[in-house]
Design a protein around this ligand. Structure first.
Ligand code: 0A1
Ligand code: ZN
Length: 877
């Protein structure tokens, strides 16, 4: 049977303003899965209660890839003329007031390359139902505001599928005829269909246990392929840390007897918070020192935390509709960021998060795919799992936390759970809980949910006798469908650094509140001034501490003042930002004048100051020494000039390295001495600094030997990848051989081979586009695995600015071809490749035309998915 033949009609736009509550409730659903080698039969029995009059119609969501084998109401077959079935829905003409609906469907997991619904990965059955995957398993009201109680029975061959899992608590299991067996799972908590999950296969398991604050015993299991059993420790420890953290920070406990995590290698996203049965991309579970970098370990901890925290923010309180996605995602990202901050270094974690926001979310917010944190319309909801909904959404929560303060925020969370536990809620409900708990009016603040675009804030200084006056002006450019924006309510954290480098406590006139060494200014108007009384001459304002609002800040600090803040500020974010600003100012000038000039004395001094700083966390020093990325620099230009940016940045790095080579090399060696590999924060910080220094060493005449030795002596993946990245980027004679050796050493480990692809995709060498294209033909490349696709194609097109924007247009053509090809296999993942081509407004001809041509050619692909079409059409508009 050709399961793709039943093409559906193009999807219609869905609008927030059209939301209507369902006219029925479902008391419970009993599901039976009969899993077979080439298909699965799914029997669903649901108890419906209609709230309107009896005799009305019932419409259920469905999908084009399943067969309907039986349809019954109260045990009686529904006659063929009493229902209509299309590719996307099933409508029963008239249903009684209360009834049991019985449906049997047949699905084909092994043919499912879209990785939504029930599919097969690495020899195991698994499901992915968020956002609308459940409708590819059975006909059902597949919307998040329909909550019900699930009982699931799974039957499969005992030898090939010894492990049978679903949501909730295990209830019963046993043997059946013909070598088959079954397990029954009972989830006592109400949930929407997107949180349903099933896993069946031959998996090994690492187990542990946890006792909650109130004494509940919870069994913890991580299921992986047998060969990966030695890589689950860190995930398990992270899970236990997350469970303790949520109890201590929010008083939230786990609410089932078991918490199961399954790692699968084919997964469209990072992980999924299904109730009691998280399904994870292997990338965010498996980690050992030989195979995972320090950043990988941090990501494992962050994602394990994220999915765990969803149990309350997402599962116990879920979303009313998909426009409210940020209700669970923004809040849960905020929670995982705070958890990681508490487990690692708060200052460095904040820099990492800000860097991600600027690199990914700012371009989205400035381009044709910009949308509010709470979107108002969509065609394909999968296209709205965006960095705006997730990362900007987290910034919105962080701003509320800053505006009302930590105690009121905690009270607001308590109130939110008190009011909405067991319900499907809205962003509005959340804001109201925060408002009611704090007494602070958040009416204007809500614009952060509805207006797209990154606000720009210009701040100017004035002295008036002993006083310092800061005047802020905020504005926000037009976004698709939103020409004019109203002023936001934004918290701006400000400190004052006195001439001797210490924090000055001020007295303020205007809407601001001082705590010990800083104040929070409440910026609400398009233009607003704040007067600081009795500020000593020579005091420098430290503005937007901790990056307290996701804006672009334009200030009038001089180079000397920036240099001062870069060394003296007690706020790590402003210290870092001041260094970055200083470097950026110089580099932007170089780019605009196409100059390759001298190394300004001040830059060198600041750089050396960081090198010689013995009091600061080495991980933060590493970030202070880093030059702004090419992408960050590109954003500072009106017109992107990728080669010039690349050349200017390389030249500055080389000049800084050359001017301080002895200090760099000495510091590098001092960090080598005495450091055995551990995952302690101090050891990770030392590696981070040492590997940052290595990037400068690569630019020195004797750098090659040091890099080669670094690679050869690496006893962990962090050091190994740091060297390999530089080697892939170089002309060293041993380059190709090293890459070949690495491949043969690791070819059996998919996650490491992903790194091997990524490192080549990131190379700044002029032959990169040709090599990337050739790599799509490599024996280890496959279009079916999203991790592999991302490691090569997304890394190239999203992170390698200079080589993606090849003047020939080859980078764009390549990406266009890849999107069309991937779309035939996996539309969701194909759609996630589109964004870089939409940034044509940032470049000049001939690039602009080439980018549009690439988009247009994607539209010509036969059977283009709604997912890709929606984004390509918006990108061309
Ligand atoms: N809710 C998950 C992310 C997720 C979203 C969609 C998916 O399939 C389309 C899969 C996972 C999270 O935030 O972790
Ligand atoms: Zn999430």
């Amino acid at each position: 049977m050709d399961v793709r033949s039943a093409a559906s009609a193009p999807k219609q736009e869905i609008r927030l303003e059209d939301y209507k509550a369902p006219v029925f409730t479902i008391d419970k659903i009993d599901l039976t899965f009969r899993l077979h080698d080439d298909h699965a039969e799914v029997e669903a029995r649901s108890l419906f209660k209609m709230h309107g009059d009896a005799g009305g119609a019932l419409q259920l969501d469905g999908g084009p890839f399943m067969d309907l084998l039986a349809l019954e109401i109260d045990g009686q077959p529904v006659p063929a003329d009493q229902f209509v079935k299309s590719a996307d829905f099933l409508q029963i003409r008239a249903v009684p007031k209360t009834f049991e609906l019985g449906i049997i469907t047949k699905v084909y997991p092994k043919q499912n390359t879209r990785l939504e619904g029930l599919y097969f990965s690495g020899g195991n059955f698994c499901t992915q139902c968020e956002a609308e995957g459940f409708r590819h398993i059975t006909y059902f009201p597949d919307r998040p505001d329909v909550l019900t109680r699930y009982m699931v029975r799974v039957e499969a061959d005992k030898e090939s599928c010894p492990v049978l899992l679903s949501n909730g608590n295990p209830k019963e299991s046993g043997d059946l005829e013909n070598g088959r067996h079954f397990a029954v799972w009972d989830d006592p908590h109400l949930k929407p269909s997107y949180l349903f999950a099933l896993v069946a296969g031959d998996l090994a398991c690492q187990s542990d246990s946890f006792r909650t604050a109130s004494g509940r015993h919870v069994e913890l299991n991580i299921f992986v392929a047998e060969r990966d059993l030695d890589k689950c420790d860190y995930a398990m420890q992270s899970l236990k840390r997350a469970m303790v953290w949520d109890e201590e920070e929010y008083g939230l406990e786990y609410d089932l007897d078991v918490y199961n995590i399954v790692a699968v290698s084919d997964f469209n996203m990072g992980a999924m918070e299904n109730k009691g049965l998280n399904v994870f991309n292997t990338k965010y579970v498996l980690a050992s020192p030989e195979t995972a970098t320090d950043a990988d370990f941090d990501h494992v901890e962050g994602v394990i935390g994220h999915e765990y925290f969803h149990n309350w923010t997402g599962n116990r309180v879920t979303c009313r509709d998909w426009f409210q996605l940020s209700l669970k995602e923004g809040l849960t990202v905020f929670r995982d960021q705070e958890f990681s901050s508490d487990m690692t270094s708060r200052a460095v974690k904040r820099l990492d998060d800000v860097r991600v926001l600027r690199m990914l979310q700012y371009p989205e917010d400035a381009g044709p795919l910009a949308h509010p944190v709470r979107p108002e319309k969509y065609i394909e909801i999968n296209n709205f799992y965006t960095t705006t909904v997730y990362n900007k959404g987290a910034e919105v929560i962080r701003m509320m936390h800053c505006i009302i303060g930590p105690e009121a925020f905690r009270k607001g969370m308590d109130l939110y759970f008190e009011r909405h536990d067991g319900q499907a809620a809205t962003c509005e409900d959340f804001a109201t809980a925060m408002e009611d708990a704090s007494g602070v009016d958040l009416k204007q603040f809500r614009l952060w949910y509805s207006q797209a675009g990154t606000p720009k804030v210009v701040v100017r200084r004035e002295r008036d006798g002993e006083d310092l006056i800061l005047t802020f002006e905020q504005s926000c450019g037009a976004s698709p469908g939103q020409a004019l924006k109203l002023p936001y309510h934004m918290p701006v954290r400000v400190g004052l650094i006195g001439p001797n480098g210490g924090d000055v406590k001020g007295e303020i006139e205007g809407d601001g509140v001082w705590s010990s060494s800083e104040c929070v200014l409440h910026l609400r108007n398009a233009r607003q001034s704040f007067r600081f009384r009795n500020v000593p001459e020579g005091t420098v304002p430290s503005i937007l501490r901790g990056f307290s609002a996701p804006v672009v800040l334009d200030h009038d600090l001089s180079d000397d003042e920036l240099a001062f803040l870069a060394v003296q500020d007690s706020d790590a974010f402003v210290r870092w930002e001041a260094s970055q600003d200083l470097f950026s100012r110089h580099l932007v000038k170089q780019v605009e004048t196409n100059g390759v000039g001298h190394l300004p004395e001040l830059l060198q001094q600041v750089f050396v100051g960081h090198l010689e700083d013995k009091d600061t966390d080495p991980a933060l020093i590493a970030e202070l020494l880093a030059l702004p990325s090419e992408i960050a620099l590109g954003q500072k230009l009106d017109v992107l000039m990728p080669e010039r940016v690349h050349v200017a940045r390389e030249a500055l790095a080389k000049a800084l390295a050359g001017a301080s080579s002895e200090k760099i090399i000495a510091l590098y060696h001092s960090l080598t001495a005495g450091h055995g590999y551990t995952l302690d924060q101090s050891a990770k910080a030392a590696r981070r600094l040492r590997n940052m220094l290595l990037t400068y060493i690569a630019l020195l005449p004797d750098g090659e030997a040091i890099i080669q030795a670094h690679y050869a002596q690496a006893d962990n993946m962090t050091d190994c990848m740091a060297a390999l990245t530089l080697i892939a980027h170089s002309d060293f004679a041993f380059r190709d051989q090293t890459l070949a050796d690495f491949y043969s050493k690791w070819q059996k480990n998919d996650l490491v081979i992903d790194k091997w692809f990524a490192v080549q995709a990131q190379s700044k060498r002029p032959d990169t586009v040709a090599r990337v294209r050739a790599l799509t033909e490599h024996e280890a490349f496959t279009f079916n695995n999203p991790n592999r696709l991302r490691s090569l194609i997304s890394t190239y097109s999203m992170l390698n600015q200079v080589r993606f924007h090849e003047k020939s247009g080859e980078g764009y053509r390549f990406l266009g071809e890849m999107i069309a090809k991937v779309d035939e296999i996996n539309p969701q993942t194909a759609a996630r490749l589109v964004a870089p081509l939409g940034r044509w407004g940032r470049v000049e001809e001939p690039r602009r035309g080439f980018m549009k041509d690439a988009l247009t050619s994607v539209l010509k692909a036969p059977n283009l998915s709604d997912d890709v079409r929606e984004l390509v059409e918006k990108s061309l508009a």
